[in-house]
Design a protein around this ligand. Structure first.
Ligand code: NDP
Ligand code: PYC
Length: 339
């Protein structure tokens, strides 16, 4: 944050400003609280591709009528270890919170349970969905598909979304081990940020509208596409995410939904999948210590930091000094809350 006119907001104040924006643009009070905490948490942790930068996109999707901000999800108990939710065209996070208590009950009863969310819009980072499970002592993995903007390895047409995978595990004596990564070479949000800032991307991230490699984020956004990370390996992960998030849940594949009738729509209408495990069932009562042990080995071997460490450093600073916003960003948020 280099802007001299920056403001620093307490997390609670940013939540309440974002909540006002969501409500102003047609989200129910209940859903607005959930979405505002999620988005403010991303900003607080330095997940800037999914923090307040996304608010204009949320508003644009809501105003276009593409997403139902007042949707009331329907939770279905479909097996001893299987929960389904129909998000009814609303955002994923309220559907997730509606199903979470039943999911946890099943994990405790069976040692493992899955949650399949369909007909849902996910427009955020994934770590906020999994990290709290690890804080409560569970291991969690989640995947979500998005909108077709990733060309399969060696392919010519965008089929996959940027399809992230997030994993969280308790770790003794430290914050949970959490990673959260797109299966594309770069998240779409970061391409948008680079385009706005006028920065080129590193080579190997995308192609232009003719399928030729480009480092220009504007060419990627203007008819081009992204590539999976790691060639055929990232490609298979992106495909797995489509299978779990859409085929298994009953949601749409990333290239399947039609938002052309909703000018301004930005939120992908897909599905999300979770596996949550009670590690105590593994019979290892020092599970969290073992996780800490392997993490320590990785650091001792020379990895500069673990995933999640950056967020925790930024979070601690934001909790002390407030969440830094440029005067321009703060002004835009106040304008969205007003109109
Ligand atoms: P990054 O490549 O920035 O980071 C991916 C993971 O690697 C993070 O856990 C990060 O931890 C970790 N990491 C980064 N650098 C290092 C390092 N040097 N050493 C160790 N660990 C490191 O994220 P992506 O660009 O892949 O994704 C960004 C966000 O976009 C994610 O939150 C994702 O959920 C979101 N997204 C959401 C989509 C949706 O449909 N809703 C679609 C695609 C992406 P840390 O956070 O601590 O830096
Ligand atoms: O950053 O790739 C992304 C993304 C897609 C949907 C929400 N975020």
């Amino acid at each position: 944050m280099t802007d001299a006119a920056a403001v620093h907001l307490a997390y609670a104040d940013l939540v309440s400003l974002l909540e006002r924006i969501f409500v102003r643009h047609g989200v129910s009070d209940h859903n607005a609280k959930i979405l505002a905490k999620n988005c403010a948490g991303c900003e607080r942790d330095g997940s800037l591709s999914h923090g307040i930068f996304r608010m204009a996109g949320y508003v644009s999707s809501l105003d276009s009528g593409w997403v139902d901000g007042k949707a009331v999800p329907e939770v279905e108990d479909v097996g001893p270890a299987f929960v389904r939710v129909d998000a009814k065209g609303g955002f994923t996070q309220p559907a997730f919170f509606a199903a979470r208590p039943l999911l946890i009950e099943k994990v405790k009863a069976n040692g493992v349970a899955v949650l399949a969310i369909r007909r849902s819009h996910h427009f955020s980072a994934l770590w906020p969905d999994v990290e709290p499970f690890a804080e409560d002592g569970f291991v969690a993995l989640s995947v979500v598909n998005s909108m077709a903007c990733v060309v399969p390895h060696g392919g010519k047409k965008a089929v996959f979304g940027t399809n992230p995978v997030a994993f969280a595990s308790p770790r003794a004596g430290a914050a949970p081990f959490v990673f959260d990564q797109a299966s594309s070479a770069i998240a779409h949000g970061d391409v948008q940020i680079a385009a706005r800032a006028g920065h080129d991307l590193k080579p190997g991230m995308g192609v232009d509208r003719d399928g030729q490699p480009t480092n220009d984020p504007k060419e990627i956004l203007d008819g081009g596409a992204l590539l999976p990370f790691g060639g055929h390996k990232g490609n298979s992960i992106a495909l797995m995410v489509e299978i779990l998030s859409a085929a298994l849940t009953g949601g749409y594949f990333s290239g399947e939904f039609d938002w052309s009738g909703h000018k301004g729509a930005q939120t992908p209408f897909t599905g999300q999948f979770f596996i949550v495990i009670d590690p105590a069932r593994g019979g290892n009562d020092v599970f969290a210590e073992r996780v800490a042990g392997i993490c320590d080995l990785v650091l001792e071997a020379g990895q500069e930091r673990l995933p999640g460490d950056r967020r925790h450093v930024i979070r601690a600073k934001a909790e002390k000094d407030g969440i830094p916003l440029s005067a321009e960003s703060y002004g835009k948020l106040k304008a969205l809350a007003a109109g």
